[in-house]
Design a binder for this molecule. Structure first.
Ligand code: ATP
Ligand code: MG
Length: 369
């Protein structure tokens, strides 16, 4: 279901000191009431996007809209946005209550109203009874919750979270992932969450923007992005994949390891060199002589639930396979896969070009061209 857009970036570019382009012509739309994640490697521009939304910096070019109104020049304190910083930025000399109450005191809210709101915010994050603790007496996960309570107490329309879980150990991190997701659902406001951890992004988000070098590489639901990566960067960054060189003979027919296979992609030039992606869990092990490719197992690891094996085909391509079948190095096997598990990618195709191509060839298909 589509909600009204709350934030819109139109052709936003950001340069610092008129030199390096940190964000390069970025356009996207954020709908109200959803959980968004900005995902990408260090330095790709994630924090810069949050700072633009929060109003700490202005775009060099392009426009930013909030509920349809341009806000390029609106100062940070006039935006209905609150940020949870990576280090939480709590006030160490104030107790939990005063940390959460800080913004309300600045607004000169009445004492009784402040007490009510702080108490409500603390119960939202399960910290009732901790009001008079010092910040130094709180654990990492509890500090994280104080920072979130401090953001939600102002009743913002959007909460920005900049890698808020990166300082936590794995177990607490997983627990906080559930808590944050649940909190977003209960509050019904928009969360924009930043991480460089793809598993975290897949687990938590309604929508993910995958960024690299100041550009959005792909946007979509976790399933879209996992199942249909549009270029090598996304395929490689999200999950494990086999990325193998191939040739698109014609629509719905791709050559892999010297053999033609039916696939579900099209809209490329005849015999165009392409890259194909098949996820390790979509490859099936068959006895020798069966399946689509003949391979030899060259390495194997037991991972608890499944085996992870590297297999080499007759053309020298190495395939990563996940299987629950017991296999050994040196085994000669067949590999099988379905046409819909082959994802064909053009070299360096952008999201706009991808969308245009899909639209064009599905139209041509339906016209029977
Ligand atoms: N004030 C600034 N002046 C100059 N360059 C900056 C400034 N702020 C950020 N940059 C540069 O912009 C690029 C993107 O920075 P940003 O902080 O948005 O990255 P990020 O995706 O949040 O990375 P990380 O995952 O490491 O936090 C980096 O190359 C950074 O050095
Ligand atoms: Mg950052």
């Amino acid at each position: 279901m589509r909600n009204a857009s709350i934030i819109q970036f139109r052709h936003v570019t950001k340069q610092f000191n008129d030199e390096t382009v940190v964000l390069d012509d970025v356009s996207f739309e954020i709908e109200g009431g959803k959980f968004y994640t900005l995902l990408g490697p260090s330095g790709c521009g994630k924090t810069t996007i949050l700072r633009l939304i929060a109003g700490f910096i202005e775009p060099s070019e392009g426009e930013i809209f909030f509920n349809g109104k341009k806000i390029n020049q609106v100062p940070a304190n006039k935006r209905q946005v609150n940020t949870v910083f990576q280090d939480y930025a709590l006030f160490p000399h104030l107790n939990v209550f005063e940390n959460v109450a800080f913004g309300l005191r600045i607004k000169k809210m009445k004492k009784t109203a402040i007490e009510e709101k702080v108490s409500e915010a603390l119960s939202f994050v399960n910290l009732q009874g901790y009001e008079y603790r010092e910040i130094s007496e709180m654990s990492g996960g509890q500090r994280q919750r104080v920072a979130i309570a401090r953001a939600i107490v102002n009743e913002p329309k959007i909460i920005l979270l900049d890698e808020p879980l990166s300082a936590l150990d794995l177990k607490l991190r997983t627990q906080m992932q559930y808590e944050l997701r649940e909190l977003q659902r209960r509050l019904g406001i928009t969360f924009i969450f930043v991480t460089h951890d793809q598993e975290e992004a897949l687990a938590m988000s309604d929508e993910i923007f995958v960024l690299n070098k100041g550009k959005i590489q792909q946007s979509g639901t976790p399933i879209d992005i996992y199942d249909e990566p549009i270029n090598r960067f996304v395929a490689d960054f999200i999950g494990e994949s086999n990325i193998i060189k191939g040739k698109m003979i014609e629509d719905f027919l791709v050559e892999i390891a010297g053999k033609p296979f039916v696939c579900v992609d099209g809209g490329m030039n005849p015999n165009e060199p392409v890259e194909i992606v098949i996820r390790p869990e979509d490859l099936e092990i068959r006895p020798e002589g069966e399946g689509k490719l003949s391979v030899t197992v060259i390495s194997q690891l037991f991972r608890g639930v499944h085996y992870e094996a590297h297999c080499r085909d007759l053309e020298g391509n190495v395939w990563l396979v996940h299987t629950t079948k017991k296999i050994q190095v040196g085994d000669k096997l067949g590999l099988d896969f379905n046409p819909e598990d082959i994802h064909v990618m053009r070299f360096d195709e952008s999201e706009e070009d991808f969308d245009r191509r899909i639209e064009q060839y599905t139209e041509d298909e339906s016209l029977g061209k």
